[in-house]
Design a protein around this ligand. Structure first.
Ligand code: NDP
Length: 249
């Protein structure tokens, strides 16, 4: 349980990557300012987080199951937090999807929106009444540079992040009236399992119906230059965790 003066921080998608690092960094805060509720949809994946958290596990860091695509799971998770009191909500869970629209089913596209867009909306809807009542709170959303600019064959992922940017920009103004802050973080490339999965998807990618010049541009220019950018400028999950900590401080 949070001790007095500690802020309760709930983070989504802590089984790997950026979410895991944010959870560990906040739980290991020198001044013990945060009581971290690290959530993940499958608690069988907890080992990496528990190991990285070390002594903080069970003290400043606890675990809860949460699938942001499920109304029921979101409700259960928030209801199991004492008094439903969350000071800081960090919406980190997200999935990518790469490929020409013709090769992607509507079901796959919906899964991306269910996670990246409605997952965030569900969480915000659930924590908002308490934050508004207390006239305090901070919601952080992990967007992407692809929430600001379209990228070839990333149409659906980009659309999901654009949708979230629009939703949050609109919400932020309304929430400020209740002294609730909403921040968006827009990372460029980050070395996580997300990147690995993307590269695996690229290897299997087919291009039905796509224009030959676009495919050539994607394979010969975009992919090699993305690789170079990743190597030269790619950030680590720790970098994004530090940035997130600064945003909430
Ligand atoms: P990872 O794939 O390492 O982590 C994604 C996390 O989201 C995992 O914990 C995953 O859980 C979780 N997740 C997926 N679906 C759900 C769900 N339905 N409910 C709960 N959790 C879920 O990727 P990153 O750490 O890189 O990504 C984190 C965020 O950062 C994402 O929103 C992504 O869009 C964003 N981002 C990433 C960039 C990058 O280059 N890596 C760049 C810009 C933004 P599980 O293990 O169960 O799949």
């Amino acid at each position: 349980m949070a001790s007095s003066g500690q802020k309760v921080v709930l983070i989504t998608g802590c089984s790997s990557g950026i979410g895991l690092r944010i959870a560990v960094l906040l739980a290991k805060d020198e001044k013990k300012r945060y009581h971290v509720i690290a959530t993940m949809r499958d608690l069988k994946k907890k080992d990496k987080l528990v190991e990285a958290a070390g002594d903080a596990y069970g003290k400043t860091l606890m675990l809860l199951p949460l699938d942001v695509c499920s109304d029921e799971s979101v409700k259960q998770c928030i209801n199991s937090v004492k008094d439903r009191h969350i000071d800081i909500l960090i919406n980190n869970a997200g999935v990518g999807l790469l490929g020409p629209v013709e090769s992607i089913s509507i079901e796959e596209m919906k899964r991306v929106f269910e996670t990246n867009f409605f997952g965030v909306v569900r969480m915000i809807k659930e924590v908002m009444p308490d934050m508004k009542k207390r006239r305090a709170g901070h919601v952080v959303v992990m967007s992407s540079v692809m929430g600001l600019q379209g990228v070839v064959f990333n149409d659906v992922y980009t659309a999901s992040k654009f949708a979230m940017e629009g939703f949050c920009e609109s919400m932020a103004v309304q929430l400020l009236k209740f002294n609730v802050h909403l921040s968006m973080i827009e990372p460029g490339p980050v070395h996580t399992e997300f990147e690995t999965k993307m590269m695996e998807d690229v290897a299997k990618m087919e291009y039905p119906g796509a224009d030959a010049d676009t495919v050539r541009y994607f394979k010969d220019v975009y992919l090699p230059s993305s690789k170079d950018i990743f190597e030269a400028m790619g950030q680590t999950p720790e970098d994004i965790a530090k940035c997130t900590k600064k945003v909430i401080e």
